[in-house]
Design a protein around this ligand. Sequence first.
Ligand code: AMP
Ligand code: ZN
Length: 663
Amino acid sequence: MMDRDLLLAELIKLRKEKERHDLLYYELANPIISDYEYDMLARRIKELERTLGEDSNSLETVGKDLSPGAKVIPHKQRMYSLDNAYSLDELIGFLNKLSLEAGRFPELCLEHKIDGFGINLFYENGQLQYATTRGDGFEGEDVTRNLKTIPGIPQSILYQGSIEIRGEVYISSEDFLQINTERTENGEKTFANPRNAAAGSIKLKDRSEVSKRRLQASLYALGFANPVPAQTQSDVLSWLKSQGFPVSDQFLVCRTIAEVESYCQSWENQRYSLPFEIDGIVVKVNELELQKQLGYTNKSPKWAIAYKFKPQEKLSELLSVEFQVGRTGAVTPVANLRPVYISGSTVSRATLHNEDEIARLDLHYGDTVLIVKSGEIIPKILRSLPEKRLPNSEPIRFIEHCPVCESSLTKEKDGSVTYCPNASCPAQLQKRLEHFASRDGMDISGLGESLLSRLIEQDLIHSIPDIYRMNSDELAKLDRMGEKSANNIINAIQASKQQNFDRLLFALGIRFVGEKTARVLAEQYGNIDAINQADFESLRGVPDIGPRIADSIQAFFSNDDNLSLIDDLKTLGLNFVHRKEQLSNSLEGRSFLITGSLQGLSRSDAEALIRKHGGKIMGSVSKQLDYLVVGEKPGSKLDKARKIPGIQVIDLEALKHLIGSPQ
Ligand code: AMP
Ligand code: ZN
């Protein structure tokens, strides 16, 4: 292969990876890599794009936080992202460029970069009208109800004009730890970091649940404003405070590079003394007039940059390695470390992923290891320090037998993952049941990690069908289980029989079949038998299903245990047929997008209507879009659509006409 091909292959791979992390971060609020790793990934993509002269579309949009079907409101002024500097040198480079452009060293306003979730508040005639998330930067999700639960957000202000006020919703480090402790106790998944906890909370449907999350807010910027109440960024902050908004006092107006450096360094060292997490310093041109002159790139203001703190690294000692068996039987090695305090919390464990990782790190018992935790996320061993190793220390070896059922372990074809092949291995059973009952699976509330482990221990459950065979008397006999909660759980279990087929398919835990794949399969094949009978070629023909997934589906159905599992569940009355809510196919093969509010129809109802008639909803305006449906107060999508020939701009009446049945 030519060099260029190699680089191109890398670019394509990294873009895919980034998409996956975007989804995890922005939409599922559940990232699996640190912000730092993400930034490095984005940077490498940019570098490759520059070298290859590829278009850089993939980087020029702000990450999305819009959930499908949510009510959205267009911003009056776009909400941008921020460019990052990863060292003081980079920051100084930015300031030099800025000085050149401005013709002088501009006055700067430095602020904490709170690691929270961006919000936009709109006030008119002194009253809060609505609150949204950043969304895609052009329009955000309506979170007014939830935002009102946050203490300190004024319902009314003295200022009587029209104004967008921007800031951050966040959770203090202490509240974050407490929420995660509670979640662990309730058998719920913990949040990776405070930012994600805040992001997840602001979109919750249940308001009383939101107030339990102890959200706080800090405001720091204006969007659209008429009249504009300040001339400089520092005045904006004072003005916000005078209007009663929560504002950080820790900002500083700087006039020299030395002042900038000292502020950044001093906060980098003190960051963990704050009650909440900050991941950097935002450096902004102070004068609003000069900001306006400098303008924006496609993604961020040219008059501001975020200086990002370095992830903390610390030395620890590898005490032992534990091997854990997961739901699919995959065995994951986990390092037990001498506890060290790093980035705001104590770390005593780190995942080692797989056998290759252990080899790559060349780990020996008792090794001194360098660990990193970039601000918030999962700790990771960067490397071992062989120069500090004792002469007779043993290398870590991967186990050959399952630590729970003692079956011989097998290795995946590509060598990266090791499995316990025993389908009835108790370690897998627990995880498989947890997955089955989980919120994204069959959503059986009350049936979480700890109850399942007690049920397995008490020999009440040996398989998934056993869940449906339990009665409330058996359940009520467990310690700490009242009659009422036993009844509730049994009711939840019975109700889950009606869950949609795609959820059941996901809950079965077929390897590589995630929620989305399950939905696609359910829609494509309609029922479990058709999926079972589908051959490899047919499966491969389904959108988004590659050879790896097709292989795994076939492997699942060629296993007799799995077939009898399905038979049992059928007998117990679970729903293995996809309910299609198709009303007609009058919109078949056509794609739609909605902007503005449609009379008498919420955004999600309108989208559902289009889907029910066979139409497809697009994520954004592009050449692939056939129709833009425009309601009142359309957003920027309309301007974008007008620039692309071929997109038809229609109103609700015209949409109903297309559907063919005026409703
Ligand atoms: P990023 O999402 O990494 O591009 O960072 C930009 C985000 O940082 C903004 O959208 C804000 O939500 C957030 N942020 C936190 N503190 C500040 C601040 N003081 N000024 C501007 N943005 C901030
Ligand atoms: Zn096992």
